[in-house]
Design a protein around this ligand. Structure first.
Ligand code: NAI
Ligand code: MG
Length: 497
């Protein structure tokens, strides 16, 4: 492949097969229409693999298979310990195939192999392991009603779950969706993003190897309006879980009204990362960099509005800019790469479009501000890590999600001003606060309207800790015990004594 790092033979085999098929009812099949699409390596712009392209008919087959598996198959009826064993085996299999999955993820998405190996793949395994732990701990209750009766509750699975995921953490998002759904005894129709279908398809093989019965997980790759749209509309699907843009989230919210599906939405963000002058500046600079350049900035909770207290502003902006300008860009499989390419030509255009908008709005480019076309990078979708100063919070680059390696540094006067500007956004996914003053940290953490607040750290995740949005960043909480609420419903049973 002409890469600095060779890939595992299994990866080579996986991507060079004539067609990666879809998984429906335990069988790997072509699309009913016979249509296919290509996924590319975003570091080179070259075709990586050819994939079966689902649309309404394939989704219908998948939904019927999932319905059968739910209504009469073994999965929801299995002894919890048996279901748990399968999910634990799946976690082990993901770990055992860690390098292979990491390389596949890096090839399809562009992110550095270091990130795929250290974050995406182990976190995916851990997610299945954690929810395996919940299989036999999801319980109902008894209620002290009139003694003439006995009332108890059952926590039952929701049924068939349609799960539509994005391209920024492809395998991990599949795990966040599938693991709690499966632990609670649901069945699934999963649609990976059209830009990055490969690790979800490989996961499908591992699910089978782990012993997940046919029809329990169906994986239908394809495009948003067709495949995704068919999932959202399908009458046999009980619930839709979505991660992606706020625009599509709203469309799903509207469309699911027709069938009153349960919906959970994890959408965009424009998260404030607030640095007070009394912060540990060295750590805060590191946190600002991780906050916005991790995963090329293709992160819903990225700290893209970097608020810095006035007296620290210039020094801080310079330090972030200096560090950003030295970050190594390259193919994700090359040793030392810190910032890979954006996922697609479309995303490259979106992000460079915002760079131009920012310049027109009068923001100043401290570093970056353009596509990176150095020799070796010219075929890929690379954008230089970019730091804007002279940004006002009402500019488009400070209000709209860019989803690339771009940060806007914005000054603030005092604590009230930081909170006011920090909350001045339609989004509410996450926030960061940097200060040595514990009381101030508590006050700001409470005042910010966001689903996650990081104090003196950023982008820290654990499968135990809930994640989700306030305001237009969506609703429902994934991870931790909260995800169990998304994938169960409560039945109240009355018995006359
Ligand atoms: P998108 O929201 O269109 O795509 C996410 C997923 O939704 C993909 O699987 C896609 O096929 C599917 N989808 C698209 N339209 C659909 C529809 N009408 N019905 C059902 N499913 C549909 O996001 P896109 O276009 O890839 O990226 C655009 C912007 O969205 C990014 O620049 C970023 O701002 C935001 N985004 C946010 C993410 C997050 O983690 N919250 C992840 C990806 C994108
Ligand atoms: Mg791709």
């Amino acid at each position: 492949m002409g890469l600095a790092v060779r890939v595992e033979p299994s990866v080579e085999k996986f991507v060079t097969a004539p067609l990666r098929k879809m998984l429906i009812d335990g069988k790997w099949i072509e699309a009913a229409s016979g249509k296919t699409f290509e996924t590319v390596d975003p570091a080179t712009g070259k075709v990586l693999a050819r994939v079966a392209e689902g649309d309404a008919e394939d989704v219908d087959r998948a939904a019927r298979a999932a319905r059968r598996a739910f209504d009469s198959g073994p999965w929801p009826r299995m002894a919890p310990a048996a279901r748990q064993k399968i999910l634990l085996k799946l976690a082990d299999l993901i770990e055992a195939h860690g390098l292979e999955l990491a390389q596949l993820e890096t090839l399809d998405n562009g992110k550095s192999l270091g990130e795929s190996q250290a974050v995406d793949i182990p976190a995916a395994a851990e997610t299945f392991r954690y929810y395996a732990g919940w299989v036999n701990k999801v319980t109902g209750e008894t209620n002290p009603t009139d003694p003439a009766f006995f009332n108890f509750t059952l926590r039952e699975p929701v049924g068939v779950c349609g799960q539509i995921i994005p391209w920024n953490f492809p395998l991990l998002m599949a795990a966040w969706k599938l693991a709690p759904a499966l632990a609670c005894g649901n069945t699934c129709v999963l649609k990976p993003a059209e830009q990055t279908p490969l690790t979800a398809l490989r996961l499908g093989e591992l699910l089978q190897e782990a012993g997940v019965p046919d029809g329990v997980v169906n994986i239908v790759p394809g495009f948003g309006p067709t495949t995704g749209g068919a999932i959202v509309k399908h009458p046999l699907i009980d619930k839709v879980a979505f991660t992606g843009s706020t625009e599509v989230g709203k469309e799903i919210h509207r469309e699911t009204a027709h069938t009153l599906k349960r919906v959970s939405l994890e959408l965009g963000g424009k998260s404030p990362n607030i640095v007070f002058a009394d912060a540990d500046v060295t750590e805060a600079v590191k946190g600002a960099l991780v906050g916005v350049f991790f995963n090329q900035g293709e992160v819903c909770c990225a700290g893209t509005r970097l608020f810095v207290e006035e007296k620290l502003h210039d020094e801080f902006a310079d330090a972030v800019s200096k560090a950003a300008s030295t970050m190594k860009q390259g193919h994700g499989l090359e040793a030392g790469t810190q910032v890979g390419p954006l996922v697609s030509q479309e995303q490259l255009e979106r992000v460079t479009g915002y760079l131009e908008i920012g310049k027109k709005e009068g923001a100043k480019v401290l570093t970056g501000g353009e596509r990176h076309t150095a020799p070796g990078l010219e075929g890929g979708y690379f954008v230089k890590p970019t730091v804007f100063t002279g940004v006002r919070n009402d500019m488009r680059i400070a209000q709209e999600e860019i989803f690339g390696p771009v940060v806007s540094v914005i000054p603030f006067k005092n604590e009230d001003d930081a909170v006011l500007q920090g909350n001045d956004t339609f989004y509410g996914l996450a926030a960061g606060v940097w200060t040595r003053d514990v009381s101030k940290a508590h006050r700001v953490a409470r005042a910010i309207r966001a689903g996650t607040v990081w104090v003196n750290c950023y982008n820290v995740f654990d499968v135990m800790a809930p994640f989700g949005g306030y305001k237009q960043s969506g609703y429902g909480r994934e991870l931790g015990r909260y995800a169990l609420d998304l994938y169960t419903q409560v039945k109240s049973v009355w018995m006359r004594i």
